[in-house]
Design a protein around this ligand. Sequence first.
Ligand SMILES: Cc1ncc(COP(=O)(O)O)c(C=O)c1O
Length: 432
Amino acid sequence: MNPLAESLNATLEGTVAHRLLSRTGRHLFFPKGIVAQSAEAKERAHRFNATAGMAYRHGAPMILPAAASVSAAFSPAESVAYAPTPGVAALRERWKEEMIKKNPSLASVRTSRPLVTAGLTNGIVHLAELFVDAGDPVVMPDMFWGNYRLILEHRKEARIMTFPFFSEEAGFNVEGFAAACTEAATARGKVIVLLNFPNNPTGYTPTEAEARAIVARLTALADDGTDILVIADDAYFGLFFESGLQTESIFAPLSTAHERILAAKIDGATKEDFAWGLRVGFITYASPGLDDNAINALEQKTIGSLRAVVSNTSNLSQHMLLKVMNDPAYERQKQDARDILEGRYRELKAGLERRRSSDPDSPLTVLPFNSGYFMSFDCGAVDAEALRLALLDRGIGTISIAGRYLRVAFAAVEQESIGELIDEIYDAAAGM
Ligand SMILES: Cc1ncc(COP(=O)(O)O)c(C=O)c1O
């Protein structure tokens, strides 16, 4: 093992992060080579700095005139130059500041500085590298974003362990969740949990009481001696359309819950800032079991994973996001965009209610939803894939899941078309 990895492991020794690291995670470190030598040269190479693998002219990164003209709002240092592996420092600070505004209870919590990833998917991949070994169970509700399977099962050979998403009272199934966590703890002595609220594909966010129960169950398990990694995938954060919902990330209460709980937050600009293709996401850690040195060691391991996989994330994207976030109109513009989605949500809720009462024999059941981009139908006796194809014949695109559920991205459909969309779905299902 590399001595730098050994030193990081020694710093983490005795912490929940150390116990949870995968084989790869134990070996990871951020090499000091080029970065350290470049930093040294910045101080001392007053004649020629021939360290970094970038071309310079007149003291600035070289840029093709065509590139300069299409990125005129950015200097070459903000556009074509490499970004630092952990991300642009000012953006990391700004994202953290915003994270605290969105989750006020984090104000007094020690968290890592957010590390920039190439989108949220990439963040999940890094966490899987660091913490998931072949055969590890990863607990999540039975309705989840399909890419988790590709990342965790097909790539890392983990075992996704699910429980039914909804309780009989049509809320989050806390009992099922706790039972799955206990089963994973028994099988492996540790638990990895992946929670995504607002959820894809259901559009469900737990109520405050449900969130408290989730945290309480995990804390009880930790009290019994189980180490727990909770990954909060907050892709759709902020799109809450009902009152009484848990409007802080579940990361926030978990960040102080227990020394045996390591909370990892995955978030980013993708959905929240309506910037899907910029590919800017973030990983943030917190645990009462980690002091500043341990947080730093965990960051170094994560930066090592970033260096090995993407080296660094698009500098232009990061600077674009930073400028957007620093625009005085940022908050208002975001609220305007959220209001548009909320209008679609309200239209959908009202339309579904209308259709449910006028069409009581429909095979479709609307699953609970209160947030995010999506809602799903349980198609009952109707094959969801067949329904999807029938809708395609009508010129309507939806997603079928596991032959049983039909996911509708209401965020993608204009408010004035929502009623027609609902009618088409119910009519197609009735004709099957
Ligand atoms: C729950 C969830 N997490 C993560 C992502 C991916 O985000 P990104 O495009 O930034 O990789 C998605 C995208 O659909 C998602 O639904």
